[in-house]
Design a binder for this molecule. Structure first.
Ligand code: SF4
Length: 371
């Protein structure tokens, strides 16, 4: 089958390897653009969140490239993601798209449907090919996340502006084409060494800012207006709190085995939020407490307009900010958000953090004239 799927940052590199292992032909949609959003938005219910519209746009672009099947993740409340796949399936059907729509979710009751989906997903593969595809996909996802994390440290210290993003992109395309574990390993080493060599070690101490929020908005650069890159160029080292590998381990593998619980998140969020509220709402509160304890200089909370779990987190975060003495900026994105206003808010926040640090340092000296 020719399978298309929605984008989620650079995860497409691993998804392609997995689909090949499953015996399918991956049809990766183009990276998100204005066209993606406008096309998806045109057929989406007005009140749906931005991820729904962008993902529908990805699906339409994938079908345009010849896909005959669409894979989409599902879920079980309380977040709206649980029924998005079904609505998208109906929209594509109403538009006359003749595609097989497969929702991937951990089964709760109807094991017959789950079994039918599994058979569909398994396609024409054999055990050896499947095992190889899974190993390759997992290894590629690890290298993607590792490289992105190093890039976050190097970008604000880079010797030539833009070199980190350029080199990272080149290496990710090599990784995309890698067909063996040996090749993946070699790319991992080259990428790590190459990125480190771009860093100017004489750079003075930098601001460190953590990013929390709704997973799709945090990970997908088209939706977050390349937030991590913008902060890097403002001289900020970004600390990520969301890992796709961890998400897959916890929400798919452990959840399917009934072994995942929210105990550690609830422990971190204690006193602020005591239960799962859907999406990444609980994570956002818990991680902000953790980041404050790690002495970060600030936190950015980003989420799409009308995202219920993150609206709940947003209502709690001012209290965390006050108690833990850490500035938190909330950024809400939708299809009407302008780049200039977005950049201005980031610059103002970084200015505030720098001033805070200067005042803090000055107060430790005897003759402080700041403040
Ligand atoms: S977490 Fe928020 S943005 Fe994501 S699907 Fe749910 S409601 Fe939409």
């Amino acid at each position: 089958m020719k399978v298309t799927f929605p984008h989620l940052g650079n995860a497409y590199i691993a998804i392609e390897a997995l689909l090949e292992g499953l015996g399918h032909h991956p049809i990766t949609p183009p990276l998100g653009t204005r066209r993606t959003l406008e096309w998806g938005g045109k057929y989406s219910p007005e009140e749906t969140c931005l991820p729904f519209k962008t993902i529908l746009g990805n699906m339409l672009e994938g079908i345009e490239l010849g896909a005959d099947s669409v894979y989409m993740i599902g879920g079980w409340g309380p977040c709206r993601l649980g029924y998005y796949a079904e609505i998208q399936r109906i929209i594509l059907h109403d538009l006359g798209k003749q595609v097989e729509f497969v929702t991937l979710e951990v089964p709760q009751k109807n094991y017959t449907v789950a079994y039918r989906r599994l058979r569909n997903v398994l396609g024409n593969t054999n055990v050896a090919r499947l095992a190889r595809g899974c190993r390759l996909a997992w290894a590629k996802l690890k290298v993607v996340e590792q490289a992105e994390t190093i890039a976050l440290q190097v970008r604000p210290r880079e010797k030539w502006r833009g070199a980190t993003s350029l080199f990272l992109e080149e290496q990710l395309q090599k990784l995309r084409n890698a067909q063996s574990m040996g090749a993946v390993r070699r790319i991992e080493i080259d990428t790590t060494e190459g990125l480190r060599s771009l860093s100017d070690d004489s750079t003075p101490d930098l601001l460190r800012v953590g990013i929390i929020g709704e997973i799709y908005t945090v990970v997908e650069p088209f939706v977050n207006s390349r937030l991590e890159e913008r902060l890097g160029y403002l001289g900020v080292e970004v600390v990520r709190t969301i890992s796709l590998r961890r998400w897959v381990e916890e929400h798919i593998f452990l959840n399917a085995l009934g072994l995942y619980n929210y105990r550690s998140l609830k422990r971190s969020a204690q006193g602020y939020l005591h239960r799962f509220v859907g999406g990444h709402g609980l994570e956002s509160v818990a991680r902000s407490v953790d980041l404050a304890k790690e002495n970060l200089d600030g936190i950015i909370h980003i989420f799409p307009m009308s995202c219920m779990p993150e609206i709940m987190a947003q209502a709690i975060l001012p209290e965390v900010s006050r108690d833990m003495q850490i500035p938190i900026l909330s950024l809400i994105v939708d299809e009407h958000a302008g780049e200039t206003g977005f950049q201005t808010r980031l610059e103002a926040f970084v200015d505030l953090l720098q001033r805070r640090v200067r005042v803090g340092e000055c107060l430790q000296e005897e003759r402080c004239t700041l403040g």
